[in-house]
Design a protein around this ligand. Structure first.
Ligand code: G3P
Length: 201
């Protein structure tokens, strides 16, 4: 229906909102896309502009995924799996943003937001996997790729074929968006975040 179509456009626009670029331009008068890894995400913002800026971008990027995923529930659109579609559209908006010439981030924070909006129990499982890995590795890209693989595997515990299919699609998308990171990881030149065991060693 027209209502679903309009809300899908809203989900795409929500996902497209270029938080990292806006925070960089407004508060630091710099283009995050030209600094560090060049990614307009929270990790690069964290490393480049510090923890407050990084965590702010993270919060907004997560919440836009959550809000988009909850749109069908908020507007009483019916069947639960619609959240999958809306979450996917928001993640694609984040990754191929209309405000950034259809470029964008690496889908990690918005994926977290989708999971939070779609299934709170699964989100808790994912958080329990994510934080120890990030703390040990101090590398967000490596953590993101390990985690999405584990999330896909652990999703089967929830007997929700929509969720597992979504995790599989996101696994492909996230690995694809981290090609430059994979090269840096192989060369031993990947950027690390300034906390965690690997950083302290
Ligand atoms: O948030 C995306 C993350 O996985 C990698 O970001 O800036 O290290 O390429 P970056």
């Amino acid at each position: 229906t027209i209502k679903i179509a309009l809300l899908l456009i809203l989900a795409y626009l929500l996902g497209s909102f270029p938080t990292g670029v806006i925070v960089g331009k407004v508060f630091f008068h710099k283009d995050i896309r030209k600094l560090g890894s060049g990614n307009p995400g929270s990790t690069n913002t964290f490393r480049t502009f510090g923890p407050v800026a990084g965590m702010s971008v993270l919060l907004v990027d997560v919440l836009k995924g959550t809000l988009a995923t909850l749109l069908p529930a908020i507007f009483h659109l019916g069947p639960h799996p619609l959240g999958i579609l809306f979450g996917m559209v928001a993640i694609l908006g984040h990754t191929f943003s209309i405000f950034l010439d259809f470029k964008g981030g690496k889908a990690v924070a918005t994926t977290a937001g989708f999971i939070l909006g779609y299934n709170l129990a699964f989100f808790c499982v994912c958080a329990g996997i994510f934080f120890p890995i990030l703390f040990i590795t101090s590398i967000m890209s490596l953590t993101a790729m390990l985690c999405i693989t584990l999330f896909f595997i652990f999703s089967f515990l929830f007997h929700d074929p929509y969720l597992s299919s979504m995790m599989f699609v996101l696994l492909i998308l996230i690995f694809n968006r981290h090609k430059s990171n994979i090269i840096r990881l192989k060369n031993g030149t990947e950027n690390i975040i300034p906390f965690g065991i690997y950083y302290w060693l």
